[in-house]
Design a protein around this ligand. Structure first.
Ligand SMILES: Cc1cc2nc3c(=O)[nH]c(=O)nc-3n(C[C@H](O)[C@H](O)[C@H](O)COP(=O)(O)OP(=O)(O)OC[C@H]3O[C@@H](n4cnc5c(N)ncnc54)[C@H](O)[C@@H]3O)c2cc1C
Length: 404
């Protein structure tokens, strides 16, 4: 049996590493570039956020804006605990950070690369570089792979693990095979607010805000970071993932509303301010930041509301108070464009999931063809979820091949 794996990325290599070397089985990985596991190398800022310490599968699937139904099946077969165990058995310990992200204890993505690579070599996998598949031809028995350099390879089974492509035309050879794709759009990006005065507060981080996209039901909570180009941080990245399609349709021009006090309501805020005016009326508004906002953000908001440095809580005019309330809980910003988040970015879209059997990852359109990784219409928020999907889907395919 000849097994062809297209793509030497996380999914292709992990599948290859899990196909047991056997007499009569040949496993060949075809990679279009001159290197394997390149994204793993760059991942997580060079540390590789390998998985996430979330061991409850129903909870885990909520971290994926697309692909829940398939993941409900695949992550039960190979979840974060299996990832940890797989690497542990091969001498790689993972550690958990406060937010649940898991990294190798070495803090180096090379550790993950070396581990997968050694396992592939142990299983006698052949890797061929500069082999870009351009066409998969279905034959009476098996498949013929056609490469850009004019060469061919005959295979009985094919795993397509070529990752995602940013342009729809790059999926042509997959469409020719009979599959459909959900159009690709970027996910996991930060918001641009060119020349907006808030960007002068770059570096200011607020531990918990509520962020809404105006005109949609999209609401996210979490830490926000002000940058020199706009806004970033977990709440922004999560919003970009959940709203990836809507924001693409708006050409990345949209309005956001921020509650800097997270879930404090207008009524509670008014009560709080009334109490302040009664009990601490002599205090300067500027010095008495009652909401624990970062000092620079508090001062910025006071300036925006026209509240002078010498204003005391007791003397705060009603109009200025109303403005301040508005800016604290319904602060709105115009977003004009996006910036790629360098730590981790993914593509939303890919092979339509109803065309893939979630138990086996085999194509329902072309039996004998399998899928794994980001090529599928599955993507997670930042935190190790995208690799977890790559490991799970490719492990499942390897198990199918091991049974044959
Ligand atoms: C900078 C960055 C950092 C990231 N960090 C993290 C992280 O820390 N944690 C996390 O969970 N996720 C992270 N991600 C996302 C994660 O890297 C991807 O989800 C994951 O790599 C997908 O694996 P894959 O094998 O499906 O695709 P890829 O890793 O993209 O591999 C696909 C391979 O197929 C090859 N290929 C493509 N077309 C062909 C063809 N026609 N013929 C032959 N070969 C082909 C490509 O050259 C590539 O080597 C990050 C992404 C980026 C860009």
């Amino acid at each position: 049996m000849r097994i062809a794996i297209i793509g030497a990325g996380a999914a292709g290599c992990f599948a290859a590493a899990n196909i047991k070397a056997r007499q009569g089985v040949e496993v060949a990985v075809f990679e279009k570039t001159g290197k394997a596991l390149q994204k793993v190398k760059a991942s997580g800022g060079g540390r590789c956020n390998t998985t996430h310490a979330c061991f409850d599968i129903p909870e885990l699937v909520t971290r994926y804006p697309r692909g829940k139904q398939l993941l409900r099946k695949s992550l039960y077969q190979f979840g974060p605990e299996d990832t940890i165990e797989w690497f542990r058995q091969r001498g790689v310990q993972l550690k958990t950070e406060a937010d649940g992200r898991m990294f190798p204890v070495t803090d180096s993505s090379q550790t993950i690369i070396d581990c997968i690579w050694q396992e592939m070599m142990r299983q006698k996998v052949q890797v061929y570089y500069h082999k870009a598949v351009e066409k998969i031809e279905k034959r009476d028995s098996g498949f013929m792979l056609h490469f850009a350099d004019g060469s061919n390879y005959e295979a009985d089974k094919v795993l397509i693990a070529c990752g995602a492509f940013p342009k729809p035309e790059q999926y042509r050879w997959l469409l020719e095979l009979g599959h459909t794709i959900q159009s690709p759009v970027p996910s996991l990006f930060t918001f641009n607010m060119p020349k907006h005065p808030i960007t002068e507060l770059m570096g200011v981080a607020v531990p918990q805000v509520t962020l809404k996209i105006a005109g949609t039901k999209m609401v996210e909570q979490g830490p926000l970071l002000i940058t020199h180009w706009g806004m970033s941080g977990p709440v922004v990245l999560r919003t970009s993932a959940w709203a990836a399609r809507e924001l693409n349709e708006r050409n990345y021009g949209f309005k956001i509303q921020i509650n800097w006090l997270n879930d404090v309501s207008e009524a509670d805020l008014r009560d709080h301010i009334a109490q302040l005016r009664r009990e601490q009326g002599k205090q300067l508004v500027q010095n008495k930041n009652p909401f624990d906002l970062p000092k620079r953000l508090w001062e910025y908001q006071l300036i925006q509301c026209g509240i002078k440095e010498d204003t005391r809580w007791g003397d705060l005019p009603a109009a200025a108070q109303n403005k301040l309330i508005e800016r604290l809980i319904r602060d709105s910003y115009e977003v004009k464009g996006k910036t790629t988040f360098k730590e981790e970015f993914v593509t939303c879209g890919g092979i339509t999931l109803s065309e893939i059997d979630p138990q086996t990852m085999e194509s329902r359109i072309v039996p004998g063809v399998y899928f794994a990784g980001e090529l599928m219409d599955v993507d997670g928020i930042t935190g190790g979820f995208n690799f977890q999907h790559a490991w799970a889907s490719s492990y499942i395919v390897a198990q199918q091949f091991n049974k044959m």
